[in-house]
Write a protein that binds this ligand. Structure first.
Ligand code: PMP
Length: 328
């Protein structure tokens, strides 16, 4: 009769829960054995500081500025070292991510940082950037983790807040190659040191126990769905429904550059703030929630994470067609 919420995180039963969640994630993401998997707290935002505190050795790191979260991470990094923008799409309102050729990565940087999917702007890397030898690739995958397969071995660190594709908010996953778990910058708080959590197997203090349990259930579900190849196929299909509609629409327009379009977040506009507001209000009346774009960009955004069924996207496209006929 005891729920996971009330049980001791030091109990044998809980040890089984967290261990099996890790085993399942390793299996689903095909994580090589020389990577540690950590279940932490503090959201993705805490990693904006933990990354430089744990990875800086020469004091230099490079960032691709592709949206607000990458820019926030860059700004946080500046507290700890010499940070350089290897790319920025700020001038075009973050409507694209860099091609490999556009990257200006310093060969003596400790790491190169990307935000793999830009939640607000709806752009996503379609490739794993190459870095000069010795420069570790670090990625914030908060909004696209588990949406498609990823070659973990290309990355030094991958991290993600759980709340999009993994489980309830409150869990943050960090996947780090074991040789990168080393002495952090002096003064790094115990809770921000990766070695603390590696040594304690994510049980240094009370973990987000119930959230980790739920993540384990989601990993199990993903496996039953056919894993990340199957998820990718489904997600691409879902996104394509929306993008195909946008590309033929005379009223609605996608805001991200075509080659970089995200399969998780699809921002679009009508070109008129008034019509955008009308669309959001009328969509709500037919049960389409959370379609308003992020407050920093306006317009609309369809977030179509793993849990959104194809029927949800179909309903949206149908409603957009009706709205267009009535408002053209
Ligand atoms: N990075 C990305 C890509 C995000 O989408 C978000 C949140 N939506 C964050 C970082 C910040 O995450 P958190 O709120 O967990 O700190």
């Amino acid at each position: 009769g005891q729920s996971v919420m009330e049980m001791s995180h030091r109990s044998k039963v809980y040890e089984g829960i967290i261990n099996s969640a890790e085993i399942l994630l390793r299996e689903v993401m095909n994580i090589p054995d020389n990577y540690k998997v950590l279940f932490l707290q503090g959201g993705a935002t805490t990693q904006f500081a933990a990354i430089p505190m744990n990875l800086l050795k020469t004091g230099k790191a490079d960032y691709a500025l592709t949206g607000s979260f990458a820019s926030k991470a860059y700004k946080e990094g500046q507290k700890f070292g010499d940070m350089h923008a290897a790319f920025s799409s700020k001038e075009t309102n973050f409507d694209h991510v860099p091609t490999q050729d556009e990257l200006d990565i310093r060969p003596d940087a400790d790491y190169f940082y990307i935000c793999a999917n830009n939640t607000i702007y709806g752009t996503e890397y379609q490739y794993d950037p190459e870095t000069p030898a010795g420069v570790e690739l670090v990625a914030d995958m908060s909004s696209n983790i588990l949406s498609k397969p990823v070659d973990v071995s290309k990355y030094g660190v991958i991290y993600a807040g759980a709340q999009k594709n993994m489980g309830p908010a409150g869990v943050t996953i960090v996947i780090i190659r074991d040789d990168l778990v080393s002495e952090p910058l002096p003064g790094t708080p115990t809770m921000l040191r990766y070695d603390t959590h590696v040594d304690a197997k994510s049980l240094y203090n009370t973990p987000p126990a119930y959230g980790i349990y739920m993540c384990g259930k989601v990993f199990q579900w993903l496996k039953a769905q056919g894993g990340l190849e199957a998820m990718k196929e489904r997600n691409v299909e879902k996104a394509q429904l929306l993008y195909d509609f946008l590309d033929q629409s005379a009223l609605f327009k996608g805001t991200a550059r075509k080659e970089d379009r995200s399969i998780m977040n699809v921002p679009f506009v009508t070109g008129s703030d008034e019509l955008d507001a009308k669309f959001v209000a009328e969509a709500k009346k037919v049960g389409i929630e959370s379609i308003k774009g992020h407050r920093s960009v306006g317009g609309m955004r369809a977030s179509i994470y793993n849990a959104m069924p194809r029927e949800g996207v179909e309903a949206l496209v149908k409603f957009m067609g009706e709205f267009e006929r009535e408002n053209a």
